[in-house]
Design a protein around this ligand. Structure first.
Ligand SMILES: [Zn+2]
Ligand SMILES: [Zn+2]
Length: 156
């Protein structure tokens, strides 16, 4: 610390009273005051500057985030309204229908793969409680199918 006048909060020194007074009005000083309340150490003017810049960039990003994208159709929209209109459009609904049926196919395929793999997996390296949890799941699955069976059974 140097100078006759100091700011204890920011741990800086000033050569004149005016400079010190001016400093008390800066955002940097206010920011450090808030940090002090939160029991955090003060940041230097440089760090504060960087934080401000980062904040600005984030604000720009947030603004960009308000523009919507339909990931299914891979289309970008400049406003939420445009996006909502697109969601209602037949074109989008067609794509969604196609997309979901394709997704379902993929899920079914993966399911088959998962069950195939599950048969051969050894759970010995799992912790005891996790093993038990898995057993419970399996049990529950069995119970479910048991109770569901009479419903799907066809009366002959
Ligand atoms: Zn200060
Ligand atoms: Zn779409």
């Amino acid at each position: 610390m140097s100078g006759l006048y100091t700011c204890i909060t920011c741990r800086v020194g000033f050569s004149t009273l005016d400079l010190q007074r001016g400093h008390y009005k800066t955002d940097w000083h206010r920011y450090n005051l808030k940090r002090k309340v939160a029991e955090l150490p003060p940041v230097t003017a440089d760090t504060f500057q960087q934080k401000v810049l980062a904040q600005r960039e984030k604000a720009i990003e947030d603004e960009e985030a308000t523009t919507a994208t339909c990931e299914i159709c891979n289309k970008h929209f400049n406003s939420k309204n445009q996006y909502e209109n697109h969601l209602k459009s037949k074109k989008h609904k067609d794509v969604v229908t196609k997309h979901t049926s394709k997704l379902r196919e993929e899920i079914e395929k993966n399911k088959e793969k998962i069950t195939e793999n599950a048969e051969g997996t050894d759970n010995s390296d799992l912790p005891e409680n996790e093993k038990r949890l898995m057993k419970d799941c399996v049990k529950r699955k069995h119970l479910k199918t048991k109770y569901q069976l009479p419903v799907v059974r066809r009366s002959s």
